[in-house]
Design a protein around this ligand. Sequence first.
Ligand code: ADP
Ligand code: TZP
Ligand code: MG
Length: 293
Amino acid sequence: MEETRAGGSPSPASPEAHTLLAAAANLLAAVRARRPLVHAMTNDVVKGRTADGLLALGASPIMAEAPEEVEEVATKADALLLNLGTLSSELGASMLRAGRAARAAQRPVVLDPVGAGFTELRNRTAAELVRELRPDVVRGNAAEIAFLAGLSLPQKGVDAGEAPREVVAQAALTLARETGGVVLATGAWDVLADAVGRTAYVGGGDVLLTRFTGSGCLLGAVVAAFAAVGEDAFVAAFAAALTTKVAGELARIRLGAGERPATFATYFLDALAEVEGADLLRFGKVELSAREA
Ligand SMILES: Nc1ncnc2c1ncn2[C@@H]1O[C@H](COP(=O)(O)OP(=O)(O)O)[C@@H](O)[C@H]1O
Ligand SMILES: Cc1ncsc1CCOP(=O)(O)O
Ligand SMILES: [Mg+2]
């Protein structure tokens, strides 16, 4: 296991970490060049923030959830996000339709199982979407990912408590083997795993990312934007997580000390527009490990 803080650390980046950081920087440039259209079926709390965040980053959002049009939108868009934050059974059915259309059109599908583990409706729907769609990426907090992996970690509504990152990594690996795709479990350390046993940890960011609503939900949409322009969903999820962490750090630098979540949220949105590949290489805090699948 190796740690790197490229450009700022006494320990140089391992070749593997440097390759991943460079790939993330390239994908960020590709998002800005191609401006992928992300079909975001997301919750009522964060729709505006998600649209603003995608636009700031350089992608294009479209929110659409009516059963009459979701297949058409999913087919015309470059990637699909399914976020269960304000779920109903009707919306769950609409998401399944959209997901099947996206799959048929070979568009990447990202699932954010908000609140999975907390209510029966969310549990049932998240499990069904995982089983039926096998999402390219599942992005959730530690408790949500643990639930889908058959485990239990501290949870309060849509938020997760703290958990050792090795435990989170084990849950992510278990779920990745089930979906055949990539799992991104976020927290103080973001944990990535895929079905062939690749894992990565992304550190940094800022705790104020948890003091306004929607940073996790926006990250799911950002993952979809990166997956739309990348070949490898692991690299795409890594790049999205890293971009979010580094944008959080840039926002903190501008904010200075203290807790002003509303101002931080504004600076974070600006940072999504301003962050560049060189910032990812400079501020990225990454640990890699390869395990047997
Ligand atoms: N303690 C922390 N320090 C720094 N960044 C954090 C911390 N907790 C979460 N984050 C970041 O906040 C964003 C949202 O993650 P999280 O709060 O886990 O998701 P959710 O909002 O779905 O519960 C992610 O980018 C994550 O890396
Ligand atoms: C508070 C809340 N309730 C249902 S969805 C939602 C937003 C959650 O946003 P995030 O998980 O990104 O903080
Ligand atoms: Mg949150």
